[in-house]
Write a protein that binds this ligand. Structure first.
Ligand code: HEM
Length: 341
C-alpha cells in the first residue's frame, strides 16, 4: 500500500471509530504465613466459580464491548489504592457519612459504569449458586482476566482467596494512581511502591492496546506541550491532525473518547508497542516509555514478540493482583459488591 493510501485508510478507520465511540460518560504486599492466594481456593466451596464468571463476562462482552477495557482498568485502580486488590473501589459512598468513597474520587469518575455493572452481574450469578462464599475482589480479578482473553489476549490462571475491604476513601485515590502526564521516574517510583518492577510497568501499560481515553487526558499534547504553546513534537503528524479534529482546543464535546490503538482498539495484541515506536502513543506516559532509554529496549522487544508480551503481561497481572490482598479472616465477603455487610 502506498503511504498516502495508508494515511487515508488510517484516517478513515480513526473517524469511523470516533463516530461510534462518543460515550455518555464513559507498599508492600501483605503476606500472612498462614494464608495465601491459590488457584484452587474455591475448589470445594464453589467449584464452578470460573464458569459462572465467564458466562457473565462473555455475555457482557457481547452486549457492551466497552465493558472489557473498563473492567481491566477498574481492576488496576482497585489494586493500586487502599491498600490493594480488595474491591474497595466497588463500594458506594455512604450518603450519611459525608465521606466520599474511592469510586467518587475525581480520578475515578471516568471509570465506565459498564465495568461496575459487569461485576455486580457476575456477583449476583455467583451468589445464586455459592451464597456468601466468593469475594468481590476475586470476581473482579477473574473478570479482568476473562476480558483480556475475550479480546484476544492471554489466558492466565488467577490465584484466589482475596477478601473484601471495608474501607474506601476518595482521599486515598489521587496519590496512588499515575497521571496521564507523569514522568517515567514518577511511574517507576509509584510502581516500585506497590512492589512492581520496571518490566511490570512496561508490560502492564500494554493494557492500553485496548480501550479509549477522553480528550482532556492528552489535550495539552495537542496544543501546549509542556508550556511551549506548540504540540508535542513526539507525536505522528497525521495522528496529531486527526486528534486535533476530534478534540478541538476550545468548545469540544467533553465526552468524546478516542482509541488508544487506532487500528485495533478492541483487540488485545502487541500493537501498542509498535505504535509507540511510530510516535503514535496517546498519553504522554505511553510515549515516554519509548523515549526513555531505560524502558525503550523492552518496548522494542515486546513490539516484536507477541508471545513475550503475553507472558510479561500475565506475570504483571498476577503480581498486580496480589498487591495488599486481605487473607484469612481479614475483611469480609460481601453479598453486594457496592455495600458492606
Ligand atoms: C502506567 C501508568 C498508567 C497511566 C498514566 C494510565 C492512564 C490512563 C488514562 C488517562 C486512561 C483514559 C481514561 C479516560 O479518559 O477515560 C486510561 C485508560 C485505560 N487504562 Fe490506563 N493508565 C496506566 C496504566 C494502566 C494499567 C497498569 C492498566 C491495566 C493493567 C491500564 C488499563 C487501562 C485501560 C484498559 C484503559 C481503557 C479504559 C476504557 O476504555 O474504559 N492502565 N489509562
Amino acid at each position: 500500500m502506498s503511504s498516502s493510501a495508508a494515511a487515508s485508510s488510517f484516517l478513515a478507520i480513526f473517524y469511523i471509530l470516533l463516530t461510534f465511540f462518543i460515550r455518555g460518560s464513559i507498599s508492600a504486599t501483605y503476606s500472612n504465613p498462614n494464608h495465601q492466594l491459590s488457584v484452587d481456593f474455591y475448589s470445594k466451596t464453589c467449584p464452578q466459580l470460573e464458569q459462572l464468571v465467564s458466562s457473565s463476562t462473555a455475555q457482557q462482552f457481547q452486549d457492551s464491548p466497552v465493558s472489557g477495557p473498563a473492567t481491566i482498568r477498574l481492576f488496576f485502580h482497585d489494586c493500586f489504592v487502599e491498600v490493594g486488590c480488595d474491591a474497595s473501589i466497588l463500594l458506594s459512598s455512604n450518603p450519611g457519612s459525608g465521606v466520599p468513597a474511592e469510586k467518587d474520587a475525581h480520578d475515578n469518575k471516568p471509570l465506565a459504569v459498564e465495568a461496575f455493572n459487569t461485576i455486580e452481574k457476575a456477583k449476583a450469578l455467583v451468589e445464586s449458586k455459592c451464597p456468601g462464599v466468593v469475594s468481590c475482589a476475586d470476581i473482579l480479578a477473574i473478570a479482568a482476566r476473562d476480558f483480556v482473553h475475550l479480546a484476544g489476549g492471554p489466558y492466565y490462571a488467577v490465584k484466589k482467596g482475596r477478601r473484601d475491604g471495608q474501607v474506601s476513601l476518595a482521599s486515598r485515590v489521587k496519590d496512588n494512581l499515575p497521571r496521564a502526564n507523569s514522568t517515567v521516574d514518577q511511574l517507576l517510583n509509584l510502581f516500585a511502591s506497590k512492589g512492581l518492577s520496571q518490566a511490570d510497568l512496561v508490560a502492564l501499560s500494554g493494557a492500553h492496546t485496548i480501550g479509549f481515553s477522553h480528550c482532556n487526558q492528552f489535550g495539552s499534547r495537542l496544543y501546549n506541550y509542556r508550556g511551549t504553546k506548540k504540540p508535542d513534537p513526539y507525536i505522528d503528524r497525521r495522528l496529531l491532525k486527526a486528534l486535533q479534529m476530534s478534540c478541538p482546543h476550545r468548545g469540544g464535546n467533553k465526552d468524546v473518547v478516542v482509541p488508544f490503538d487506532v487500528n485495533t482498539p478492541f483487540t488485545f495484541d502487541h500493537m501498542y508497542y509498535g505504535n509507540l515506536e511510530a510516535k503514535m502513543g496517546l498519553l504522554t506516559t505511553d510515549q515516554a516509555l519509548f523515549l526513555d532509554p531505560r524502558t525503550r529496549p523492552m518496548v522494542q522487544a515486546l513490539g516484536k514478540d507477541k508471545t513475550q508480551f503475553f507472558q510479561a503481561f500475565s506475570m504483571g497481572m498476577e503480581k498486580m493482583g496480589s498487591i495488599g490482598v486481605k487473607l484469612g479472616t481479614e475483611g469480609e465477603v460481601r453479598r453486594y459488591c457496592s455495600k458492606r455487610l
